[in-house]
Design a protein around this ligand. Structure first.
Ligand code: PMP
Length: 429
């Protein structure tokens, strides 16, 4: 495949848009550099780029596009919303309807607030947890990503559970000192951190099923233990379900696992592709938020009719019988196919999969925490990524991301993908 127009537009972009991209993960920095592909149009499971190349899409816009691109039911809802005016600055019935849908799907959301991104949703849950508990510190888990607010751009210090250091220039050291980072799935480190700081912890923030160093499920007893110890010491448990909600079932990972957090942050899928975030939780905790309580959060665009209409339509599509079984079936076919090819061509891989989301790690054993994901072979992934791209398979340009299936993918798409995987594996050797 050739990409002359993408190259031209990327050069143009770099003179007007910082780094040529509006989110760093879109650059090809994570795969050793190169020109990011400029997409022109998308429909169902497919992309067409500005050079006329066609791709099967497994990026799904980093998760939101579970119905496939331009799903007619969602497109119709967005069009209707546009015709009725896209922004009012007043309450609407649509917001009530959508909040009720979310609450029915995820019962721990006794009260909900809509915001505009996952970043905002998580950021606000932390503020509310602090307001409710009167404490300042939070615990998060290494390798989980929670958006780009100051509080969650904090890396672990040295040692298994220490006060953090800024993970981005511009994050004050004083703020990083309020964040303790613990390895995911490490029950002892979590206990140790809670013994040391438990009475200062406002909230424990966790992706209940990790999506940000690949798909990583909690080991047995881990999330139960997080809930138990946190609640014993008066800390709230906050689930970041920005990726997980409605990804694995109609509802949250919390429904799947059978554990209720105190608060939940949502985003991605619930907007059907338009910008959205939401947060919610137990009523007495949420009552901290203005206008009822002293914790402030607001938004000009929050709950706008276009995003809400798109979100309602997306959830309506996901209510159809058999959707998640289909995603699971396609995911299993893809996983089994890749594993078989890896064995035949002697490529050392590990696949973590849950339903229609999977991650392929190279040259590493099992992956249950961030350190193991970090140790997977980035150079091999980068070569694989580019080989796949050149055969019209669009993956996320990072060894840490998942492949997301959509309900638009077909068995035939999986077969074509496996043919590309086979060729890539032959070349990799
Ligand atoms: N939380 C998680 C788990 C995420 O994966 C992301 C984005 N990838 C965010 C929060 C931030 O969401 P947004 O990009 O919409 O701000």
């Amino acid at each position: 495949m050739n990409f002359p127009n993408s190259e031209k537009y990327y050069e143009e972009a770099q003179n007007v848009i910082l780094g040529g991209v509006n989110s760093p993960s879109r650059s090809f920095k994570g795969v050793g550099g190169g020109t990011p592909i400029f997409m022109d149009r998308a429909k169902g499971a497919y992309f067409w780029d500005v050079d006329g190349n066609q791709y099967i899409d497994y990026l799904a816009a980093y998760g939101p596009i579970i119905t496939g691109h331009a799903h007619p039911h969602i497109t119709e809802a967005i069009t209707r919303a546009a015709e009725n005016g896209v922004l009012y600055g007043t309450p609407t019935r649509l917001e009530n309807k959508f909040a009720k849908m979310l609450q029915e799907a995820i019962p721990s959301l006794e009260r909900v607030r809509f915001v505009n991104s996952g970043t905002e949703a998580v950021m606000t849950t932390i503020r509310v947890a602090r307001a409710y508990t009167g404490r300042d510190k939070i615990i998060k888990f290494a390798g989980c990503y929670h958006g780009h607010s100051d509080l969650v751009l904090v890396a672990a210090g040295s040692g298994p559970s220490t006060l953090g250091n800024p993970d981005s220039a511009g994050v004050p050291k004083s703020i990083a000192q309020e964040v303790i980072t613990v390895p995911f799935n490490d029950i002892d480190s979590f206990k140790h951190a809670m013994e040391k700081w438990g009475d200062q912890i406002a909230g424990v923030l966790v992706e209940p099923i990790v999506g940000n160093f690949g798909i990583v499920e909690p080991v047995e007893g881990f999330l139960e233990m997080v809930n138990e110890i946190s609640h014993d010491l008066g800390s709230l448990v906050i689930y970041d379900e920005v990726i997980t909600a409605f990804r694995f079932m109609y509802g949250g990972a919390q429904n799947l696992i059978g554990i209720e957090p105190d608060m939940t942050a949502l985003g991605k899928i619930i907007g059907g592709g338009l910008p959205i975030g939401a947060y919610g939780g137990k009523r007495k905790i949420m009552e901290q938020v203005a206008p009822l309580g002293p914790a402030y959060q607001a938004g000009t665009m929050a709950g706008n009719p276009a995003s809400i209409s798109s979100g309602i339509a997306c959830l309506e599509v996901l209510q159809e019988e058999g959707i998640y079984d289909r995603l699971d079936r396609l995911g299993a076919k893809l996983e089994e196919g890749i594993l078989k090819l890896a064995e035949a061509h002697n490529i050392p891989i590990t696949i973590n999969r849950l339903k229609g989301a999977l991650t392929v790690y190279f040259n590493v054993g099992e992956v249950t925490n961030y350190t193991q994901a970090e140790n997977s072979d980035g150079e091999m992934f980068s070569r694989f990524f580019k080989l796949m791209l050149n055969q019209g398979i669009n993956l996320a340009p990072s060894k840490y991301e998942a492949w997301f299936l959509t309900i638009a993918h077909t068995e035939e798409d999986i077969d074509k993908t496996l043919t590309a995987v086979e060729h890539s594996f032959k070349e990799l050797k």
